[in-house]
Design a protein around this ligand. Structure first.
Ligand code: SF4
Length: 346
C-alpha cells in the first residue's frame, strides 16, 4: 500500500535530507527535524493524506470497525510494538526507524471534518490510538488531536482513544464537550508498574504512575477511563506480586475497568523484541522461543491464567464493571492482512 492513502504536497524540504529519497521525493513530503531535546534524533515527514477514516482489516475480530490515525511510527518506542511492521510498508526501518521516523498527516483534522460531513458516512464509532499513539510526543508540536476531537464533537460522532500519553489531559475540555453530546471511551495502557522494566521496554513513554495520573484526572472530571493492562510480559512482568501491584495501582487511580492482554509477538515486533531480550535478559531467550513456538501468541493456557489472575485481583480491589460500549476484554487480535490499522499494544 505504501503511500496510496496519501497525497502529494509540493513544497520545500527544510532539512534537505529526506530519509528515503526513492520514497520521500522532495516534492512528496516536507521533512523536518527540530533541534530541541524533546525531538532530537527524530525526523518528521509531513504529508497530506487523501483519506483519514480507515476501515479495519478483519474488523469482525475487533471491537471497532473504523479508525483514525494521524501519525505513523511512534517515539514512545515500545520494544514490543507490533505496529513496527507497518513501517516496512513505507520502506522504513521497523526498529529504530519506527521510533524516530514519524509520518505526520498534517491535514488530518480538516480531512476528518470533511469525511464526517459526507452523506455516505453513517456516524459509526471511530477508534483512535489503535495503530500508533495519537498522543505521542509529536502531538505536542503538531496539535492535530484538538481539531480531530472538535470535528467528532461537532458531528456528535462516538469515538474512543487508547493512549499511553499524558498529553491527552491538554484536551480535557474538548473531551468533556464531546462526552456531553456523544459516547466517548478513553482507555490508558499500563501493562505493569515495575520501573526497571518500564525504563528498558517502553523507553519513550511517560512512567506508569504518570499514566495512572491521567486516569485519576479524567475520572475526577467525570470522564470514565478504563485501563488496558497491556502487555503482560511473560517472565518479566507476570509474577503474582507484580500483577497484584499493577492491579492495585490501577484500582487506586479510579479506573472503571481493567483489561489484561498478554504480550504477542508478530513478525516485525518479534525480531526487535527478541534482540532486546537477548541483550537485556539472555537467559530468557530459550523460554520465549518455547512459549511462542506456535506463532505470535502465547499459549491459550497461559493467556487464560493471566486473565483469571487479573480478574480475581480486579474483583478484590473493587474495580468496577466495564461501562456500556467498551468491551470488558479486548479480543486478542488474530493475524490480519498487512495494513496500517492493526491493533497495537498501546
Ligand atoms: S505500543 Fe503504542 S505507545 Fe508503544 S510504540 Fe507502539 S504505538 Fe507507541
Amino acid at each position: 500500500m505504501r503511500w496510496e492513502n496519501l497525497t502529494v504536497e509540493s513544497g520545500g524540504n527544510p532539512s534537505g535530507n529526506p530519509a528515503n529519497p526513492a520514497l520521500f521525493g522532495a516534492d512528496a513530503v516536507t521533512t523536518r527535524t527540530f533541534d530541541t531535546p524533546e525531538f532530537r534524533g527524530i525526523t518528521f515527514h509531513e504529508i497530506r493524506a487523501r483519506s483519514i477514516v480507515n476501515r479495519v482489516p478483519g474488523a469482525s475480530r475487533m471491537p471497532f470497525e473504523w479508525t483514525v490515525n494521524p501519525y505513523r511510527g511512534c517515539s514512545h518506542a515500545c520494544v514490543y510494538c507490533f505496529a513496527r511492521k507497518t513501517h516496512s510498508y513505507l520502506d522504513l526501518d521497523t526498529g529504530l526507524g519506527f521510533d524516530s521516523q514519524i509520518v505526520v498527516k498534517v491535514n488530518a483534522p480538516e480531512l476528518l471534518r470533511r469525511q464526517l460531513g459526507s452523506r455516505r458516512w453513517l456516524g459509526e464509532h471511530i477508534a483512535m490510538g489503535t495503530n500508533v499513539d495519537c498522543y505521542q510526543r509529536a502531538e505536542g508540536r503538531y496539535q492535530l488531536m484538538p481539531g480531530i476531537i472538535a470535528a467528532l464533537r461537532d458531528h456528535a460522532n462516538p469515538f474512543s482513544i487508547l493512549t499511553k500519553g499524558t498529553l491527552i489531559l491538554r484536551d480535557l475540555d474538548l473531551l468533556k464537550q464531546a462526552a456531553a453530546v456523544t459516547e466517548v471511551g478513553i482507555s490508558v495502557s499500563v501493562g505493569f508498574t515495575d520501573l526497571d522494566l518500564w525504563r528498558t521496554v517502553e523507553p519513550g513513554t511517560p512512567a506508569p504512575e504518570r499514566r495512572l495520573d491521567v486516569v485519576r484526572a479524567l475520572s475526577g472530571h467525570g470522564i470514565d477511563c478504563g485501563v488496558l493492562m497491556a502487555p503482560v510480559i511473560p517472565f518479566l512482568g507476570d509474577d503474582p506480586s507484580q500483577l497484584r501491584a499493577t492491579v492495585r495501582a490501577i484500582a487506586a487511580s479510579g479506573a472503571t475497568s481493567v483489561t489484561p492482554l498478554v504480550l504477542h509477538l508478530r513478525p516485525g515486533a518479534r525480531e526487535w523484541f527478541m534482540s532486546w531480550l537477548a541483550h537485556h535478559h539472555p537467559h530468557l531467550v530459550r523460554r520465549y522461543e518455547r512459549l511462542y513456538a506456535e506463532g505470535s501468541y502465547a499459549p491459550k493456557w497461559y493467556q487464560r491464567r493471566i486473565t483469571r489472575q487479573v480478574h480475581e485481583l480486579a474483583e478484590e480491589y473493587g474495580i468496577g464493571p466495564t461501562r456500556a460500549g467498551m468491551p470488558r476484554r479486548v479480543p486478542v487480535p488474530e493475524p490480519v492482512a498487512p495494513g496500517p490499522t492493526q491493533l497495537t499494544l498501546l
